[in-house]
Design a protein around this ligand. Structure first.
Ligand SMILES: C[S@@+](CC[C@H](N)C(=O)[O-])C[C@H]1O[C@@H](n2cnc3c(N)ncnc32)[C@H](O)[C@@H]1O
Length: 260
């Protein structure tokens, strides 16, 4: 999938330019999302990429930004943020107005976030190296950057996972045995607990993984809600999501991920 940078271009303009370049590409029902069905080649050489008019991002990943529904001016913390696909989407949805702190454990990945922001013309995102399980470090970051409040309106946690939802693209994950799953779910719980401490009262926490495994999705949420009774899980408007994905069989995996 492709995501049109709403700060710089309209969907029609990007669609027209890419079709003129010979790509088979169509709208897929999610505003600003395009689905490539044929053609392609080097992304960097395609019209509009260098100018930051669009980004490559799976439609399922785009649903995370849409469901997060950030408002302009909010303070947002994204944990596990590199290379910045979701942070830049959140910034576009906020009209690049507000504060987005993008945190990844690995400092060497931060330049990827920064260069993506630069290409897309985004200034509301700042990239920081921190361990997403270290609530105290995260709250210090928030206190320094967000007017001293120490908590965010919205925390998005795109946790490391087994990647089972991306087997088509990363077939090497097929050969992993189940032994890493226990480590991953323990890390997901610790990240969720730290994320929860960073949400202001009345704010929102969004959790996503690119795995359809219940243990990494619903299972983690169920156990989170038991540990954190002040949080509740609002129902997702499934009919609304259905409209986005019903006509795109290629999104079968994403559908399970979103619903599980
Ligand atoms: C699924 S990827 C994130 C993709 C990103 N959110 C996006 O949309 O482009 C998971 C990221 O988590 C980072 N990570 C792993 N363990 C972490 C931890 N304890 N704290 C913070 N980040 C971590 C990895 O470096 C990796 O970049």
């Amino acid at each position: 999938g492709l995501r049109v940078n709403s700060l710089r271009a309209s969907t029609d303009d990007v669609l027209g330019a890419l079709q003129a370049a010979g790509l088979e590409i169509e709208e897929c029902g999610l505003p600003g999302s395009l689905l490539l069905t044929g053609g392609g080649g080097g992304v960097g050489a395609l019209p509009g990429f260098g100018e930051g008019l669009w980004t490559v991002q799976d439609i399922a990943a785009q649903l995370v930004g849409v469901l997060s529904a950030p408002a302009a001016g909010e303070v947002v913390l994204e944990l596990c943020a590199a290379p910045g696909g979701k942070s830049t989407h959140l910034a576009e949805l906020m009209g690049d107005a507000g504060v987005i702190l993008s945190v990844d454990k690995h400092a060497k990945k931060l330049p990827l976030i920064r260069s993506n922001c630069e290409r897309l013309g985004i200034t509301s995102v700042s990239a920081h190296a921190a361990d997403g399980t270290d609530a105290a470090a995260l709250k210090m970051l928030l206190a320094g950057a967000a007017g001293g409040r120490g908590q965010a309106d919205l925390v998005v946690l795109d946790a490391p996972c087994s990647g089972s939802g991306t087997l088509r693209r990363n077939p090497e994950h097929r050969y992993e045995d189940g032994s890493r799953l226990g480590e991953l779910t323990a890390l997901q719980d610790r990240l969720l607990d730290a994320a929860a401490e960073c949400v202001r009262p009345g704010g929102a926490l969004v959790y996503s993984v690119c795995s359809p495994l219940v243990a990494e999705g619903c299972g983690r949420l169920g156990s989170f809600l038991e540990r954190h009774p002040t949080f509740s899980c609002p129902p997702i408007d499934a009919a609304n999501l259905e409209a986005y994905v019903a006509d795109a069989p290629v999104l079968g995996g994403a559908r399970r991920g979103v619903r599980s």
